[in-house]
Every structure is written in C-alpha cells, then in structure tokens.
Design a protein around this ligand. Structure first.
Ligand SMILES: Nc1nc2c(ncn2[C@@H]2O[C@H](COP(=O)(O)OP(=O)(O)OP(=O)(O)O)[C@@H](O)[C@H]2O)c(=O)[nH]1
Ligand SMILES: [Mg+2]
Length: 239
C-alpha cells in the first residue's frame, strides 16, 4: 500500500519542515506533496531544500494564492497521474492535524473503507485552544451542513481526511467548485452520494501555534451557499 499526504501551504515557513519530518516518520510507505501558492515567506524554498535530500517529498508551485480547494484538486490530479498512490490524505500545514494520528486512518483503511474522515465531534469534543466563538461557528456550521446536504457525518468541514484512488478517480474533480470549508463538505457529500464506504475516526484538533490564519468571512459565506448547491446537484443527478 502506498500513501500520499497532500499539504497545501500559504505562508507556512515556520511549520513545514518539522511537519514533513513528522509525517514521513509514521511509515516508509508515505510520500508527501506540498502544494504552495507562491508563499511570500519562502515556504517553497524550504521544501525544495528538503527535496534535494529526500525523494519522498514533492512540490507543486502555483503562481498565486487561489484557495485551499483548488490546491487540493491540483494535488489529487497529480496523485492520480502518478498512479502509484492507493490512498491520498489531506492535512493542514499548521499542526492542527497531528501526524501521530495517521495510524487511526491506516486502521480504517485496513477495515476496507474508501474514505476516512477525521472528526473532532465524535466520541466527545476534541478541539484545543479555540475560543468559544470559533467552536460554536464550527459546531453550528456542521449542523447546518448536515441538514442541508443530508450527509450523516459529524464533521463535514474538517480537513484531515483520506480518499482512496478509486474515489478520486470516480468523482469528477473538474466539477468541484468550492474552495474554502465547503470544499471539504463537497468532497465528503459527493463520496457519500456515490455510495462509498466512509468512516469517521476521532481526531484531536489544535489551533495553530505558528503563522497566521487564512480564514475569512468569504469562506463562511461560500459554505452557507454551497451546501444548497451540493444538495440541488444531487437532486438533479449532477454529482
Ligand atoms: N496552497 C494553498 N494553501 C492554502 C491556501 N489557504 C490556506 N492554505 C493552507 O491550508 C491549510 C489550512 O489553512 P488555515 O489557514 O490553517 O485555515 P484554518 O485552519 O481554517 O485557520 P487557522 O488554523 O485559524 O489559521 C494550511 O496549511 C494553509 O497554509 C491557499 O490559498 N493556497
Ligand atoms: Mg489551520
């Protein structure tokens, strides 16, 4: 089994080296792909230096900041083109997603699941260092997304996930239109509507220690609207 961990980056120079090291340590079968949007802080230069010494690390450089969703779609297509990766992971660069929890995903893969989603909201509530406003926004957003899309998962907006090669080649990636949190909702909903086996595993989410947030009101508005679009597309069979 071969795994690819895709890490989208925008100004993650303070995190990326340590994170890559920690991810690669988890298994010899893991490669890493960083998708960087020309970060002004030189994140890509750091990755290029690591690549000189380590063939398991790859980099896609895009010209300008174009959002997390587009970065992942580019990474997914790269993985499918390579053809060697059985499971493709999504992970934030800021240590909010703990590489030490990758084993939870590996266990679910062994059980035969096509999609494994890290959830902050099963078996308790595991979000560290968030203020109450952020927590309620996330919890409320998840309830809203679950009602509108009809997808019975506890953490639709979470970004620590893994898709099999089969899932990514079945979903029409060119039709994924979301970019922010709704990108995660759209990917999970499309996998769910297509009947793939999805398992949620309990992860612990930590707010970033280093670097700055890219969260914005625009991302929230996109998610509010996109949930309806995702559901309508399902009704009209266009997913
Ligand atoms: N390539 C690329 N990566 C991005 C873009 N926006 C965010 N990212 C990366 O996507 C991941 C998630 O973004 P974050 O800024 O951590 O978003 P968040 O987790 O909602 O917010 P904070 O943790 O509060 O900062 C991080 O690895 C970012 O560097 C983008 O436009 N392009
Ligand atoms: Mg983050």
């Amino acid at each position: 089994m071969k795994y690819l961990v895709i890490i989208p980056t925008y100004n993650e120079a303070m995190n990326i080296e340590k994170l890559i090291e920690k991810v690669l340590k988890q298994s010899n079968d893991i490669d890493v792909l960083v998708v960087d949007d020309n970060s002004p802080d030189g994140t890509a230069n750091i990755v290029e230096k690591i690549m000189e010494k380590n063939k398991r690390v790859n980099l896609l450089k895009r010209e300008k900041k174009s959002g997390l969703g587009r970065a992942y779609v580019t990474g997914f297509k790269w993985a499918l083109q390579k053809g060697v990766y059985d499971y493709i992971f999504e992970m934030d660069a800021d240590f909010s997603h703990d590489p030490d929890e990758l084993y939870l995903f590996f266990q679910a893969i062994t059980e035969g699941y096509d999609v494994v989603c890290g959830s902050r909201y099963i078996e308790g509530l595991r979000v560290l260092n968030w203020d109450l406003k952020r927590l309620f926004l996330s919890l409320g957003g998840n309830i809203y997304a679950r009602i509108i899309t009809g997808v019975k998962l506890t953490d639709l907006t979470g970004g620590y996930n893994c898709y099999s090669k089969k899932v990514l080649s079945t979903i029409n990636l060119d039709k994924i239109s979301s970019n922010g949190y709704s990108f995660q909702i759209e990917m999970k909903a499309k996998s769910y509507y297509k009947g793939f086996k999805i398992k949620e595993v309990p992860i612990t989410f930590r707010d970033r220690y280093e670097g700055t947030t890219k969260m914005s009101g625009g991302i929230i508005n996109e998610a509010l609207f996109k949930c309806f679009k995702i559901r309508f597309e399902k009704w009209f069979g266009k997913y």
